[in-house]
Design a protein. Structure first.
Length: 278
């Protein structure tokens, strides 16, 4: 049975795995924003990390809602900033594992840096990505999702969100794992109000990285077939060319690279653990 706790911000932490070793608290921050963190289940099982592996859902993310299955349209998602800072400051030996939105959102808030032991960024970006994503998708001859995204932005509701998500799935997964990817995302609780807030962040910010890790060990992982968050955005950003930051691109994998290359992901996490413990 999963052990679940809530903090004063109503952030939900699910302890998915606890193993012997140094007492790290691995905080898995999901993408979206809005998608439930349970999609990390397989990744956490693969990596078998030392310490505590927590799936994190801020209030009104995924299934962490006041009323099951119902989202509050008046909720202020900007409060997630305080929830994040208080969360990382309340625990010891925190290593963030952020995926997509969960990868760059902590970079927007410099207050988290002092409380982190380490940081792994999975399939994310340090700055707006739409133009590069469109270019990469065109190189893979993927259909445009511009209409579906425009419809969602103009009229956010469950149907326009579902249409936009379905249009994006070929951008997440290469053809050989498309069906497996659809199964991974099927029936995941997803707050479309949070997704709309995320679109606003993407539009209003020219840069997401308000701080660059200078001391802690950082690993940034991307994938060659990820057409949502093209890895070259990180690769071409000179701010992340530092001795404490390692970048790795996984070939023939998509936006959820543990689906296509679980052993390679496991190996990279093992390399990272060795760096932290050195």
């Amino acid at each position: 049975m999963t052990f679940t706790v809530f903090d004063s911000h109503k952030t939900r932490l699910r302890l998915k795995k606890q193993t012997e070793g140094l007492p790290y608290n691995w905080l898995f921050i999901p993408g979206g924003p809005g998608v439930d963190s349970q999609y990390f289940d397989e990744l956490i099982e693969i990596c078998d990390l030392p310490g505590n592996a927590w799936e994190v859902d801020f209030f009104e993310n995924g299934s962490n809602t006041k009323t099951p299955g119902a989202f509050d349209p008046s909720y202020n998602f900007d409060s997630w900033r305080d929830a994040l800072v208080d969360l990382v400051s309340a625990l010891d030996n925190v290593i963030l594992v952020g995926h997509s939105f969960g990868g760059f959102y902590p970079l927007m808030h410099p207050d988290v840096e002092a409380h982190l032991t380490g940081y792994i960024i999975l399939n994310s970006i340090p700055s707006p990505w739409i133009e590069k994503a469109v270019e990469k998708a065109a190189s893979r001859q993927l259909p445009s999702f511009a209409k579906e995204m425009a419809d969602f932005e103009a009229n956010p509701n469950p149907q326009t969100f579902s249409d936009a998500l379905q249009a994006c799935i070929p951008y997440y997964f290469p053809p050989k794992t498309l069906d497996k990817g659809k199964a991974l995302l099927a029936d995941l609780p997803f707050n479309y109000y949070a997704a709309g807030w995320g679109q606003t962040i993407a539009i209003e910010n020219k840069d997401f990285a308000n701080w660059i890790p200078s001391q802690m060990p950082v690993m940034i992982i991307g994938a060659s077939e990820d057409c949502v968050t093209p890895f070259e955005i990180f690769q071409n950003d000179d701010r992340f060319k530092k001795d404490n930051i390692q970048l790795f691109e996984i070939k023939d994998a998509g936006h959820f690279p543990w689906v296509e290359k679980p052993e390679e992901i496991k190996s990279l996490f093992r390399q990272y653990i060795a760096r932290v413990e050195a």
